[in-house]
Design a protein around this ligand. Structure first.
Ligand code: SF4
Length: 448
């Protein structure tokens, strides 16, 4: 039987990238460095992600050694606790014309115009609707509202931004709210609406921040400063995808480039906002791109110290244009997923928490990731539209009871946390009823 799994240290698809998984390093040296706690470089990461560039495919025995090193590091850095947060996803709108080829969350913005003939499955929420949704979820016990949205042409930072963009319809992806069936308000309006009773507002990706300053000479510090004043608490480091421009040009040519993403994240940190960071892998990129991405994140964290967690997101391909156009046949294999988590833990020596996303991996594999270097198991997400619309099968809600039972089943300690990991509450899986307790209105009653 062939001990090697077909994958991944050859370029995926037909893309001839400059950045290739080739090094002067050896797998054994890279693993030795990782085990000793020495800071890894990009070549080391490539060797670990490929289980050695000296042979094609992933060697399961070498892979197990990488996972073991990462799990040991996790135990040293974090211990046996596995955290999760009680949170709500409130995506404001699916209207977006950026056209990223990995995304099935968006709907063409023209479908939301008042004179459009025909239906859309998508939605736009007014600030008042967002507030009602957050109020309801607060009563149920959430700690955090996470809000990531499409780049609706009528979304502007605030009224001043509308005034600047007015009269320039069609430029800078802008149309006035009156064109649309539903007015999403401004970014400031939405943050103010969601900022209820001290709930933690986690919102405004670098891509959204770019949209919120388009057509102006405002800096990212200006944008994040105004949003912070409106109630923003922390920034999701999504829209990162792969932070190597030759990959971005294939999968998201309409998006900001790597330098701009880093600039926005640096600015968010400079006005005092915590951030997270992500990688979306398993499409056209290769391991050298993944390694360089990790390097950009580690460098950003060296400079800012603001990244609370790193979240590897395995590409869900089924209903995306990348798949429909035949550019990507499948996502990452389970071996690649495990190595991505493990090498993230080993490479990012300055980021404390590595998240296993059960929405992307499913329950069984999500739990397995907690033995490959991950220590956080995401959130309750009362609503999850993004992965579901891309064909993901792994549900949209996880109760505190389910969390406690799942985490205890692998011999680890379930812990409810705040977004910034500062507040933590160990959970006794043998308790009768279990609900969140850290949110502003949480009292231990089950979420649903
Ligand atoms: S990933 Fe975001 S920016 Fe890109 S098409 Fe989807 S919603 Fe729009």
């Amino acid at each position: 039987m062939d001990a090697f799994e077909a994958s991944a240290n050859v370029p995926r698809g037909d893309f001839e990238f400059d950045c290739r998984p080739e090094t002067e390093q050896s797998f054994e040296n890279a693993l030795e460095k990782a085990r000793s706690g020495a800071r890894l470089d990009v070549d080391d990461a490539i060797e670990l992600l490929t289980t050695g560039t000296d042979a094609a495919g992933i060697d399961p025995r070498r892979k197990d050694r990488v996972l073991e090193a990462a799990d040991r590091r996790r135990a040293e850095v974090i211990g046996e606790e596995v955290t999760f947060v009680a949170n709500l996803n409130n995506n404001v709108t699916t209207a977006c014309d950026v056209g990223c080829l990995f995304c099935n969350f968006k709907d063409a913005a023209a479908r939301f115009e008042a004179d459009h003939d025909g239906d859309t499955d998508g939605f736009t929420k007014t600030p008042a609707e967002s507030r009602t949704i957050v109020e309801d979820a607060l009563d149920r016990g959430i700690y955090e509202v996470c809000s990531v949205s499409g780049l609706h042409p009528a979304l502007a930072l605030d009224d001043e931004h509308h005034e600047i963009l007015a009269g320039r319809d069609g430029e800078h992806s802008y149309k006035p709210p009156a064109v649309y069936d539903t007015d999403p308000g401004t970014y400031v309006d939405q943050i103010e609406a969601m900022n209820v009773d001290g709930v933690h507002v986690h919102s405004t990706t670098p891509e959204e921040a770019y949209h919120a300053r388009r057509g102006t000479d405002w800096s990212y510090e200006d944008v994040f400063g105004r949003l912070r004043a409106a109630g923003l608490d922390s920034v999701p480091g999504t829209a990162a995808e792969i932070l190597v421009d030759e990959v971005r040009e294939v999968i998201c040519p309409g998006k900001i480039d790597t330098e701009e993403w880093v600039e926005a994240m640096t600015a968010a940190a400079s006005v005092g906002l915590d951030t997270t960071a992500t990688i979306m892998y398993g499409h056209v990129e290769n391991e050298a791109h993944r390694a360089r991405h990790l390097d950009r994140i580690r460098d950003l964290q060296d400079r800012t110290g603001a990244i609370t967690e790193f979240v590897p997101l395995s590409f869900v391909h089924h209903e995306t244009p990348l798949h429909e156009r035949g550019l990507v046949e499948a996502g990452a294999t389970a071996h690649e997923d495990e190595l991505m988590i493990a090498v993230s833990r080993l490479y990012l020596d300055n980021v404390e928490h590595i998240q296993s996303s059960w929405v992307k991996y499913g329950d069984a594999q999500g739990l397995k990731m907690l033995t490959c270097g991950a220590d956080d198991f995401m959130g309750t997400i009362l609503s999850e539209e993004i992965t579901k619309r891309a064909g993901g099968d792994y549900g949209e809600f996880r109760s505190v009871r389910e969390y406690a039972d799942m985490i205890a089943s692998i011999g680890r300690i379930p812990v409810e946390r705040s977004t910034d990991y500062e507040k933590r509450r160990r959970i006794d899986p043998d308790a009768g009823t279990l609900g969140p307790t850290l949110g502003p209105r949480a009292d231990g009653t089950p979420l649903l």
